[in-house]
Design a protein around this ligand. Structure first.
Ligand code: ARG
Length: 589
């Protein structure tokens, strides 16, 4: 469906042309003075410079040419040369009825040229518990994925597990100390390894921090861990088998956690999957004469003349020949390009890793791993802070585990929901989880991703104000009216949305009519916070309309049926939007 703003702009262009002015000045925007008008055009001001005329005079000439427009109810030229616009009621209700008839997408178009887009997000490190630092990547990445996919693109989310670092060597070292007789440690063993892992997830989660602590205190232990890592990376059989167990156990646990967050990945690849690509990639870089030795290490220069700050060379191999984080990300790009030929790859990672990605992107382009037709994008997010302004911690100052945080928020929400309604215990529990997730996700996504924000669960959980629960509450309110209407034996299907009769009804329709524009912009800018801003505006307009209108007691069936259709369209748009944000609404709350 054409965006309303484009239809208005086209109409405005006709006015400019009829009055003899260049229609490039006919840009229309949503009014910043909703008390005066609904849309506005400021083009008479720049036109005045070209045509050496007073802007107000130009605005008046144009306004008079648009008097018989079937889009505008009024076109008013005001000082110093603004053109204030109001939309015709019938035009607006036709527009929202057309949205209503689009059962799948409420009028939102797909992009004309769909792309294959890979999103690298989540990025948890295997065997280390998932903590809140990984929350933002999962929440933002999932929403961006849904927005881009709704826009019609083919989107592939890859979790990019951190499964290749020294944490693996640490776990192996500690395990060897505790259970030296395990067959994995016997270098001469050449049979099959057991299919059952030699540890549970809780053991694994205890082993890693223990080993990590020991290695910081004990030089000898540290050396052993590094050796184990190197042997693993060289492909020692028993260690590879252990790695597989660590992965299996961790991934099962990670999947549970992500499921609670309503986050899912198309690909469960990890850093280890990049390893086979490293050697040929390094050879290629050397053959092309781009990788050279510097102080023993192998590097590729990535600085550019226009750089304002120093961009150090991208290190490919350390002096001992070991691969680095850069190397893994570059080799990952090799298989991503080979296997998926993406038009775009988006990284949703902590903004403190920006320099790393500048180096990796430049190096990938310079060495030809990524060609000019593939866009590389870094969506860096800010830190989630506690109320004290410092990084978010547990009450006793430790690192907050994601599962613990979710439990706490669910529990608080359950207490609240239980005391508020007549829901069964089971429904209250399920609803609490839904509302808690909305609180957490909306509290994060409403901020521009790059900004730090304060995780204040009390504020995020409020049922009033700009929060996830408020949006859900609005949807539940609509559902309840729709159910009551239905329960009275009536059917709205014969009715359509009527011309707006009040200011609040018109305002609701105007905001509804901006749905396709809102999702297009959010997709173009990969900006979930724009969906949040839209959804909040829409929820507020709905509640204003609801408070000022008698809906269920309206006796005129045509009017009432029209209200019901308007509410149902609003519900559909709201539910579509929260689905893009990655949460859903209950039936009651
Ligand atoms: N595992 C990394 C970390 O916890 C994040 C990975 C981000 N993605 C990437 N391709 N480097 O910091």
């Amino acid at each position: 469906m054409n965006e309303l703003i484009d239809l208005i702009t086209d109409e405005m262009k006709k006015g400019f042309a009829k009055a003899g002015y260049d229609d490039k000045y006919a840009t229309v925007t949503v009014s910043n003075r909703p008390d005066l008008c609904e849309y506005q055009c400021n083009g008479a001001m720049p036109a005045a410079k070209e045509y050496h005329k007073a802007p107000l005079e130009i605005a008046r000439e144009i306004a008079s040419r648009l008097e018989d427009s079937n889009i505008f109810e009024s076109v008013e030229a005001v000082k110093p040369g603004f053109i204030n616009l109001k939309i015709q009621n019938a035009y607006l209700s036709d527009y929202v009825n057309a949205m209503r008839m689009d059962h799948e997408r409420c009028g939102a178009d797909k992009v004309p040229n769909p792309k294959t887009i890979m999103i690298d997000y989540g990025g948890p490190n295997v065997a280390k518990p998932l903590h809140v630092g990984h929350l933002r990547s999962a929440v933002i990445g999932e929403s961006i994925k849904r927005i881009l996919s709704f826009a019609g693109n083919r989107v592939i989310g890859d979790i990019h597990l951190g499964d290749w670092g020294t944490q693996m060597g640490l776990i192996i070292t500690e395990l060897k100390l505790r259970k030296p007789d395990l067959v994995y440690f016997d270098p001469d063993y050449d049979g099959d390894y057991p299919t059952e892992p030699p540890f549970t997830i809780s053991e694994l989660e205890e082993i890693y921090p223990t080993a990590s602590k020991k290695s910081k205190e004990d030089e000898e232990y540290h050396k052993k861990a590094l050796e184990a890592t190197a042997e693993l990376q060289k492909g020692r059989r028993g260690y590879r088998a252990l790695l597989q167990h660590i992965l299996d156990v961790s991934v099962t646990d990670l999947k549970k956690n992500y499921k609670r967050l309503n986050v899912s990945f198309e690909l469960w690849k990890g850093e280890s999957d990049a390893q086979p690509y490293i050697a040929p990639m390094v050879k290629m870089m050397k053959d092309k004469g781009l990788a050279y030795e510097s102080e023993g290490a192998l590097v590729v220069d990535v600085k550019e003349d226009s750089d304002k700050k120093e961009i150090p060379p991208c290190m490919i191999l350390k002096s001992d020949g070991a691969a680095l984080y850069n190397t893994t990300d570059l080799a990952t790009l090799v298989w991503r390009m080979e296997d998926y030929h993406p038009d775009k790859i988006v990284y949703v990672v902590d903004k403190r890793q920006e320099l790393h990605f500048i180096q990796v992107f430049r190096c990938a382009r310079k060495t030809g791993i990524v060609g000019p037709d593939t866009e590389l994008d870094f969506v860096g997010f800010g830190t989630m802070n506690g109320k004290d302004g410092g990084p978010f911690k547990t009450r006793d100052g430790g690192v907050m585990r994601l599962s613990v945080l979710l439990d706490e928020v669910n529990e608080g929400m359950y207490e609240r929901i239980k005391s508020n309604t007549e829901l069964s215990d089971e429904e209250a529990k399920k609803t609490a989880k839904q509302v808690a997730l909305a609180a957490i996700k909306y509290g994060d996504l409403m901020n521009q991703a790059s900004k730090d924000y304060i995780f204040d669960i009390d504020r995020f959980s409020a049922f009033e104000g700009n929060t996830g629960p408020y949006i859900l509450y609005t949807i539940v309110r609509i559902k309840s009216i729709l159910n009551k209407y239905k329960a009275s034996g009536k059917k709205a299907s014969a009715y359509s949305i009527q011309e707006p009769a009040s200011e609040s009804e018109k305002s609701l329709m105007l905001i509804l009519s901006r749905f396709n524009q809102a999702v297009r912009v959010a997709a173009q800018e990969m900006a979930p916070h724009k969906i949040c801003a839209y959804v909040y505006e829409l929820a507020e307009a709905l509640n204003r309309f609801y408070h000022e209108t008698r809906i269920l007691s309206e006796e005129n069936q045509t009017l009432q049926g029209g209200y019901i259709q308007l509410l149902d369209l609003t519900r559909r748009v709201l539910e579509q939007c929260i689905d893009l944000l990655g949460f859903s609404a209950p039936e009651r709350m």
